[in-house]
Design a protein around this ligand. Structure first.
Ligand code: ADP
Ligand code: MG
Length: 610
């Protein structure tokens, strides 16, 4: 009994469609690519109900003749290659002649197209790949394709569709990628009637980045540009301080085609090694151009992966191009510091100067009063103390402090009785100062402790926010802050407005896509638009994280004193005190907030002991 059947072309199309048209976003990508290949200068993309309602792509490209329009939906119908020799060097985005066949096999389509130089256009309707009607029509030069009822005849696939929202976001991402890849083409995208982005098509990468990714990112990019050995690399990378919590904004293009590449992701991140915080990722849009013959784009039906014939060369070209732009950044920063910036980044000299105990005491009486349980002690002569913090009464443990020098003698007159605290926390310490505007240096019996002031402060704020049950206390802004985020960010803020409000962020979204912030979590200076943008970014890459934790983390991070910017002594004291008391050990990301260098280790380094 024969077992083998030759499948009908329709069934074969449905199978092929499964590979090419995975979800509505695949349709968006394929249709935009067709418009780009048709030489369009302007492309409009409209999706409704996440693309499951309809997808409509209009272009002003060269259009199709009635004859071509009639066969464009057949499998292997393409105007882009002729025979196998063409596969050696592909200059168009499409070439497999599969997309329209695959899309039409699983949807209903209305195509309207008019070829340049032709008086009339053609209107074709199709259902599941079969032409229902075809007639001449008056229409502008170019092509407009409307896809309805996607997957109506493949219920198995339909079941796998996510929410309209998730599918809509995937459509937006696909369109964004195409628009970033072609800054010379103006693209406009609408979702359910609302404009999501518009690129001017002026050829400038920066304009495209600005329009698609928003101002915040566009203001913090470094240009990349290198040519050599047959490979050119251009575009941008984010400045080291502008790293993000995930890799979702890393775009790579080869000869105008967006592609995914672990190799280039590695090249990018290697170039950033030691300049970016662990756990942060650079953003990039890197455009690699090389001979069409040196890249094989025929690797996967969706054409999102490519193979380079000389991988190492491409890796090196990208790696060194980025290094050069990062190096350039360092140089510029050094020579362009203005006098006022110099002053701002130079540690406050006063903070380091030696002070007689009496002067010190009088300058800190006020601080001591704000810590009623603490008494003020003067410095020990042997320590050459520049700064001594108000700390708990040491009682009998004074001997520890005075062991190496003169015993502390003065206490603030109005000091109340000493609190009961354990012996470890009572060990006296002194703050030596702040180094590199980042680390607080503290000396405690036989140890030097370096505190990462930002990480520690972040933890302190985070803990105090977390300790508030229910709604976080908020503080109304006297002057509301207004900002205009990108469509992606706006989406996420809209979706999470309720939880954000519970965490102290009150805002209103107005018709133009602007956000008016009315209140922020209490006692968190420095949060606001920047915090909301960062929260949105973090939520974007994380589907099932604890929403409240993400919001509170980011709030704490934004409100914490900044590394690289010197802080006032009182601020440092408050942070050091918490760390030295053992209350704060790790930042909310799990990094330690302090490291300890023992005298023994130092003695070994200096070969005082072996
Ligand atoms: P491919 O892009 O791989 O050639 P498709 O199935 O995507 O295959 O498209 C088939 C053909 O239809 C294309 O080769 C092109 O000639 C024509 N076509 C599709 N979309 C457009 C468009 N927007 N403008 C002009 N021609 C188009
Ligand atoms: Mg195509």
């Amino acid at each position: 009994m024969p077992q083998i059947n030759i499948l009908s072309p329709h069934t074969a199309d449905l199978i092929a469609a499964g590979e090419v048209v995975e979800r509505p976003a695949s349709v968006v990508k394929e249709l935009i690519e067709n418009s780009i290949d048709a030489g369009a200068k302007n492309i409009t993309i409209e999706v409704s109900a996440g693309g499951m309602g309809s997808i409509c792509i209009k272009d002003d490209g060269h259009g199709m003749s009635p004859e071509d329009a009639g066969i464009a939906f057949l499998r292997h119908a393409t105007s882009k290659i002729v025979d196998e020799s063409s596969l050696e060097s592909i200059a168009t985005l499409g070439f497999r002649g599969e997309a329209l066949a695959a899309i039409s096999a699983v949807s209903k389509i209305e195509l309207q197209t008019r070829e340049r130089g032709c008086g009339t256009g053609t209107l074709i309707s199709l259902t599941a790949g079969d032409i229902d009607s075809m007639r001449p029509v008056g229409c502008p030069v170019g092509t407009s394709m409307k896809i309805d009822s996607l997957f109506f005849n493949t219920p198995a696939r339909l079941k796998f569709m996510k929410s309209d929202k998730a599918e809509g976001s995937a459509c937006l991402n696909a369109a964004m990628r195409c628009a970033m890849g072609h800054p010379e083409i103006s693209m406009r995208m609408y979702r359910d009637g609302q404009e999501l982005f518009f690129t001017p098509g002026d050829g400038s990468i920066k304009s495209a980045v600005y329009s698609i990714l928003g101002r915040e990112i566009a203001m913090n990019i470094l240009e990349v540009s290198s040519v050599g050995d047959g490979i050119s690399v251009s575009g941008f990378v984010s400045a080291p301080h502008a790293g993000r919590g995930n890799r979702s904004l890393q775009f790579f293009f080869v000869n105008g085609r967006a592609f995914k590449s672990v190799m280039l992701q590695t090249a990018l991140e290697n170039a950033f090694k030691n300049t970016l915080l662990t756990g942060r990722f650079p953003t990039c849009a890197l455009y690699i151009n090389l001979d069409y013959g040196k890249v094989d784009v025929n690797v996967h039906p969706t054409k999102q992966e490519v193979k380079f014939s000389e991988e190492k060369k491409v890796f090196d070209a990208v790696y060194y191009a980025i290094l050069a732009s990062l190096g350039g950044e360092e140089k510029t920063a050094e020579i362009s510091l203005s006098a006022s910036t110099q002053t701002a980044v130079t540690p406050q000299k006063d903070f380091y100067k030696r002070m007689p105990a009496s002067e010190y005491r009088s300058s800190f009486q006020a601080t001591a009063k704000s810590y009623p349980n603490y008494q003020l002690r003067e410095s020990s002569a042997t320590y050459n103390t520049s700064h001594v913090v108000a700390k708990p009464d040491l009682g009998d443990l004074n001997v520890l402090f005075s062991g190496e020098g003169k015993a502390p003698s003065a206490t603030a007159e109005s000091a109340p009785p000493a609190p009961a605290i354990d012996a470890f926390a009572q060990t006296p310490y002194r703050i030596i100062g702040e180094a590199m505007a980042t680390y607080i240096i503290v000396e405690r019996e036989g140890e030097l402790i370096l505190i990462d002031k930002h990480a520690a402060h972040e933890r302190i704020i985070f803990d105090s926010l977390k300790a508030q049950p229910g709604n976080i206390m908020c503080q109304a802004l006297l002057v509301p802050e207004t900002f205009t985020p990108s469509a992606r960010v706006l989406d996420i803020l809209t979706d999470n407005a309720v939880e954000l409000k519970k965490c102290g962020y009150e805002f209103e979204i107005i018709g133009t896509g602007s956000v008016i912030i009315r209140a922020l979590p209490a006692d968190t200076t420095g949060t606001g638009a920047a915090a909301l943008e960062e929260i949105a970014e973090k939520l974007m890459g994380n589907i099932k994280t604890d929403l409240r934790d993400v919001i509170l983390h980011t709030t704490a991070c934004k409100a914490a004193i900044k590394a690289g910017k010197s802080s006032d002594p009182q601020e440092l004291e408050r942070v050091a005190e918490k760390v030295m008391s053992g209350d704060v050990r790790y930042c909310p990301h799990g990094r330690p907030v302090s490291v300890c260098l023992t005298k023994k280790e130092l003695d070994k380094q200096f070969m005082r002991i072996v």
